[in-house]
Design a protein around this ligand. Structure first.
Ligand SMILES: [Zn+2]
Length: 413
């Protein structure tokens, strides 16, 4: 049975932003319809238009009517960069870092990612899945209908596969798994090069064969995964049929975004240390620039040059980078607020970055990110005006969330 969503006061379809592929988005690219209705069949949008002009052929259909009573509706958020699957927390380390110990020093002492690694390796698949499911629901309650999750806290064959299986076991919304075995050097290996060789030879073929992920990410950084070996590894991943992406130029200008451009990565993520040359190249490329301002807040670093990237024509996406170490928050509202306050992004740019831009980063732009005929009926319904989004710290306003036309959060009044 189809569903007709009626009485939508303002419908932000983002059609204009989608046509521009998320580049140089203006307010008119939010493509707002007033007094709108959306018809959904089998989880997909079959028709969009005026509430008063529902075509005759649909009125004969057996439709379930959902009266949205003057709500604002926009595409469900696409959260395109998280590390949601892990055990434990790193609260003690937060205290140390906040008292002046550096991230590099903490990881050299066996803290950082390696402490999360031990707990994640120990956990059973069902513990890991249920812990991750609880966190997923925190995202859904904010309007997220597509969630990317990276592995990378197990760093061995058996438990990395377990981590990816935990992602596969999640319910409620669309999830996208990314293999991030190249997140940190596990204690079993002496060099980054030998570990990357192991990942390419032993792990990637298993991930492919078991269909656990079709994306491979690597953390390129001074003191972590080196440029040359990482590029070789990503090329092997591409040869095996994976899409690739990169944690690039976060703590230093270490060449990650250059690698992203050379290997045709879907996205370069972080990018706060890039300069004029990288900005120009990224702007002219298909690489989506995923900016993660809550990580920058926690790291007390500068923020990425969003304005320059946008001016250069780059496609920008925003995400939480949710992880227990450097961005222990699932708060999308804070991400958008920082993008506005610290990166001077306009509100339409923020909304497009969290929908169309992020959909491109996941290569799901034909499926999600805008509300158009044929696309997934992933709807976020709010009581307030869209202009009050990403405005109040601690915003907890009511939400109603639909994934593929099915209600996944909130109460219909
Ligand atoms: Zn990350």
């Amino acid at each position: 049975m189809g569903i007709i969503f009626k009485n939508i006061a303002n419908l932000l379809t983002l059609e204009g932003a989608a046509k521009k592929q998320g580049r140089r988005v203006q307010v008119e690219d939010l493509s707002i319809l007033n007094q709108a209705a959306v018809l959904v069949e089998k989880g997909r949008i079959a028709w969009i238009g005026s509430s008063k002009k529902i075509p005759k052929q649909f009125s004969k259909m057996n439709l379930r009517e959902i009266d949205l009573r003057g709500k604002t509706v926009l595409p469900g958020w696409v959260e395109c960069h998280t590390h949601t699957v892990f055990m434990g927390d790193r609260a003690a380390e937060f205290e140390m870092r906040n008292q002046g110990v550096s991230y590099q020093e903490i990881s050299a002492k066996g803290g950082g990612i390696l402490s999360t690694m031990r707990k994640t390796r120990e956990a059973s698949l069902s513990e890991l899945t249920s812990q991750t499911q609880r966190r997923l629901e925190q995202f859904v309650a904010q309007g997220v209908t597509t969630l990317e999750i990276k592995s990378g806290y197990a760093l061995n064959l058996k438990d990395e596969l377990k981590t990816l299986k935990a992602i596969q076991g999640l319910k409620g919304i669309r999830t996208v798994a990314t293999f991030l075995g190249a997140h940190a050097l596990p204690p079993e290996f002496k060099t980054y090069e030998s570990y990357l060789d192991f990942l390419a030879k032993e792990v990637l073929p298993q991930v492919k064969k078991k269909k656990l992920a079709n994306r491979v990410d690597v953390f390129i950084e001074k003191g972590f995964f080196p440029v040359e070996a990482s590029e070789k590894y990503l090329r092997k991943a591409r040869d095996l049929g994976f899409e690739v992406l990169i944690h690039a130029d976060q703590m230093s200008l270490s060449g990650g975004s250059e690698v992203a451009l050379r290997v045709g990565a879907l996205s370069g993520d972080h990018l706060l240390q890039i300069g004029a040359k990288e900005i120009r190249s990224l702007g002219a490329s298909e690489v989506t620039c995923v900016l993660l301002p809550t990580a920058d807040l926690y790291m007390k670093s500068k923020y990425p040059p969003a304005r320059d990237l946008i001016a250069a024509g780059a496609r920008v996406a925003l995400a939480t980078d949710f992880n227990p170490g450097t961005s222990p928050t699932q708060d999308l509202n804070l991400v958008g607020l920082l993008a506005r306050l610290e990166m001077k992004m306009t509100l339409p740019e923020v909304i497009a970055a969290y929908t169309v831009g992020a959909a491109h980063a996941l290569k799901l732009q034909n499926e999600v990110g805008s509300l158009e005929v044929g696309k997934s009926a992933d709807l976020l319904c709010i009581d307030q005006d869209w202009q009050t989004l990403f405005y109040c710290v601690g915003d907890r306003s009511d939400k109603l969330v639909f994934s593929r036309g099915k209600k996944v959060f909130g109460k219909l009044k």
